[in-house]
Write a protein of this length. Structure first.
Length: 171
């Protein structure tokens, strides 16, 4: 950049190197790269209590970002499908936790909806509808695998049985 005056008889000027850093505004929400994340859990299994959910991408955060600490955190919230509180979610670490023992005979499949957002201080509205066109949403399908934990039982306490007997004579 050059600046000049209107001096008489001669004008004076000076040069200055100017560097402008353009900072990206946060105009893109984080996006899941998949619509559905399925996992299998064996009923009554206390060893598998946590599940790492898939990462999101954020078009506002590029590889050119100078420091990881300058990036906005992305928070995950359960926004649907958890009426009994069987699951909780670490918003920052994106770890889904099983809070209650799962029983296949009670419910074979659990479906929860998770929302990714950079607005960590604002809890999103709940929804019972998963919109596959909304990339900020992830449908988590938890399939509960069966173990043989229930003894067979008779449906009725009394049964009526008919027998037909045949006698054969040898000639």
């Amino acid at each position: 950049m050059e600046a000049r005056d209107s001096g008489v008889p001669t004008w004076l000027s000076t040069d200055l190197d100017l560097t402008i850093h353009v900072r990206d505004v946060n105009d893109h929400p984080p996006q899941f790269q998949t619509d559905v994340f399925s996992i299998n859990i064996t009923e009554h299994d206390s060893t598998k209590k946590t599940i790492q959910l898939p990462k999101t991408v954020d078009q506002d955060q590029t590889d050119d970002d100078e420091e990881e600490s300058n990036k906005e955190p992305i928070c995950y919230f359960i926004v649907g499908g958890n009426p009994l509180g069987a699951f909780s979610l670490d918003r920052i670490k994106h770890i889904l936790r099983i809070e209650k023992e799962l029983d296949r005979e009670e419910q074979a499949v659990h479906i929860i909806v998770v929302k990714a957002t950079e607005r960590c201080h604002v809890v999103p509205e709940t929804t019972d509808f998963f919109d596959p066109d909304d990339d900020t949403l992830l449908k988590v399908v938890i399939n509960v695998n069966d173990i043989n934990d229930n003894r067979p039982v008779f449906i009725k306490s009394k049964f009526l049985v008919y027998f037909v007997a045949f006698f054969l004579k040898h000639f």
